[in-house]
Unconditional design. Structure first.
Length: 279
């Protein structure tokens, strides 16, 4: 594998941590961002100069630009930018607060957008690179009780898919990663639960209240998933989407099939709103 320099947000846990450990072990350089000081001191001690670390809250747009610019300046070239920082929020629309809505959109959606925007001038100037967006099957499919999480992920997938078309002429590839459930701490340390309303107790939205139940482990092996993400950079052209996990495939296949069926059923009626020649 070609030795590369990676920029990864949120390297203290989850996929960010797994990817960072694997990359450093293989001799790559990693520029990682963290929110909690001291959370990667073990990796800094072990890997020294090959591991560049900065504190960053991706909701702080000026700080995003400063950190991204500094990373490119100090490391010279960054080949891969990974938007990994994010969290989950479960609850029906009535159950989540205004503060929770702003928080998840500022982190999962706007944070990734601003990291990407900060990196693009550097990637263009150096003649190419790769952007990897960690999403979820929930960026294409939905479950009840997770409306704002889905809103943030559907939004970032739309942004990334359009941006991929914009930056392809500059040799910049974009990959959206859509993992299923993984045995990380995401469900337990990176998941907010809205305060439940009794009116939703016997509705589908209530199913998400058991999301943090440790007796129901996820299917996915996070180390294997991290390896697949890393290996995707070797593919040319960049895969627009990377589906990880049989559960992800199952949810995506069902959701996309249902949506396509609904569209195809309206083929003849859709044209009724067209302006016809001679009208």
């Amino acid at each position: 594998m070609t030795q590369r320099t990676w920029f990864i947000t949120g390297v203290n846990s989850g996929f960010g941590r797994h990817m960072t450990e694997l990359l450093l072990e293989k001799g790559h350089k990693v520029a990682g961002t963290i929110r909690r000081p001291g959370s990667v001191d073990d990796l800094m001690a072990k890997y020294g100069d090959t591991f560049w670390v900065a504190s960053l809250d991706v909701t702080d747009t000026p700080a995003v630009k400063e950190v991204v610019d500094r990373a490119f300046t100090e490391l010279g070239r960054i080949d891969v930018v990974v938007n990994n920082a994010g969290y989950g929020l479960f609850g029906a629309a009535e159950e989540v607060t205004d503060e929770q809505i702003l928080g998840i959109l500022n982190t999962n959606l706007i944070g990734s957008i601003q990291v990407t925007r900060a990196a693009l001038p550097h990637l263009r100037e150096q003649g190419g690179g790769r952007i990897i967006q960690i999403s979820t099957y929930g960026g294409q499919a939905t479950n009840p009780g997770a409306c704002m999480y889905h809103a943030s992920k559907w939004g970032i997938e739309g942004f990334m898919e359009s941006t991929a078309k914009d930056v392809a002429p500059f040799g910049i590839g974009v990959t959206i990663v859509e993992p299923g459930g993984a045995r990380t701490e995401f469900r337990y340390s990176s998941l907010q639960m809205a305060t439940p309303l009794s009116e939703y107790d016997d509705t589908p939205a209530a199913m998400t209240r058991a999301a943090q139940d440790r007796s129901r482990p996820s299917l996915g092996d996070p180390a294997v998933m991290a390896t697949r993400i890393i290996d995707s950079v070797e593919q040319t052209p960049a895969p627009l989407r990377l589906v990880l996990g049989s559960d992800s495939y199952r949810f995506l296949q069902a959701a996309l099939s249902e949506r396509l069926a609904e569209v195809e059923a309206q083929r003849d009626t859709a044209r009724l709103t067209d302006i016809t020649d001679g009208a």
